[in-house]
Design a protein around this ligand. Structure first.
Ligand code: GLU
Length: 321
């Protein structure tokens, strides 16, 4: 009897020590898009600060492809020990689940939501040599050349591809989608003029619009963005109800213990409420969020549902290039 009691006590002590010690070695944050894109920008800023708070570095690893679904699928299949985390986006958890024929994960059931880090608007931009100075001229040109031109985007059936498919339906026109592994390679081709139109997340496009390498025509959301106050919203140019917002949030595999989840969530929430982190993200064109696991879980469910409705209503089907 005595021996049995001792063994139980030893187990309890060991388990709570293991939790208290978390994390005792570096963590990995999988960014499912390439370096230099919006997911990467938000993820690296957050990882640096949250790592300092946790007392262990968070090493960022880019695993891009298939609109972020490859990297996020890898996270879903990782050990739920808190050391492998990933960034979910509106593409991986909102749009792709309704359109990808062979998705390797369930956006709700296969993850432990930790904290949504940030949100950002999207933007329609063109190479300065494209024959349009504003959205009205762009729409007229696309209509006159329906089916003949292409737009670049960060991944087939991701938010940027869908955002453009949706807009093209509103203006009753067609363009070909040229999907890349993420925003960074897509922007390169728009700047060089290979694919002169891009619908992109705001943070990756912002520096190129500022420098004049791209011309911005419209931004999503209800208000203009203070980083580019001269760029009108879609709504103020007649496209009310056309709402495409991107977001970037930390997830772990399903089955993570509540204690580890809460420790991670506290670190990321604190990181996102840090004035220095907030300034960095705002300068990059993102809005810091830093919500709780419960709020983020509700948000993922709502976004998965919302995009399902948009996709069904608009009759959008998977289109591979
Ligand atoms: N547009 C992607 C998304 O919001 C992110 C692209 C990137 O980070 O390169 O899901």
């Amino acid at each position: 009897m005595m021996r049995k009691v001792c063994a139980t006590l030893a187990l309890v002590t060991m388990t709570s020590t293991a939790w208290a010690a978390f994390p005792d070695h570096p963590l990995t944050l999988i960014i499912p898009f390439p370096a230099g894109g919006p997911t990467d920008i938000v993820g690296r800023v957050a990882a640096a600060k949250a790592g300092t708070i946790l007392g262990q570095p968070i090493v960022v690893e880019n695993r891009a492809g298939a609109s972020g679904t490859i990297g996020v699928g890898y996270v879903a299949r990782s050990k739920p020990d808190g050391y492998t985390l990933g960034l979910a986006t509106v593409s991986t958890h909102g749009t792709a689940p309704h359109l990808f024929p062979h998705l390797s994960y369930d956006p709700v059931g296969d993850f432990t939501p930790i904290s949504n880090l940030a949100a950002s608007p999207n933007i329609l931009a063109i190479n300065p040599n494209y024959p349009a100075k504003n959205l009205a001229e762009f729409v007229a040109h696309v209509r006159a050349n329906s089916g003949k031109e292409s737009y670049a985007n960060a991944g087939a059936c991701g938010v940027n591809d869908l955002g453009m498919i949706w807009f093209l339906q509103l203006i009753d026109s067609k363009m070909s989608s040229v999907a890349y592994r993420g925003s960074a390679p897509a922007i390169n081709d728009t700047i060089s003029g290979v694919v002169p139109v891009i619908f992109d997340n705001f943070p990756s496009t912002l520096p190129y619009v500022k420098s004049g390498m791209l011309r911005a025509l419209a931004i999503t959301g209800t208000a203009r963005n203070p980083r580019l106050p001269d760029v009108p919203t879609f709504a103020e140019q007649g496209y009310q109800g056309y709402d495409v917002t991107s977001w970037y949030g930390v997830v772990a595999p399903a089955g993570l213990s509540d204690a580890v989840r809460d420790k991670l969530a506290q670190a990321f929430e604190q990181a996102m409420h840090d004035p220095d982190t907030q300034a960095k993200l705002e300068n990059a064109g993102a809005f810091p969020v830093g919500n709780t696991p419960q709020e983020f879980a509700r948000q993922i469910k709502a976004e998965t549902q919302r995009w399902g409705e948009v996709i069904r209503k608009a009759g959008i089907k998977f289109q591979a290039n």
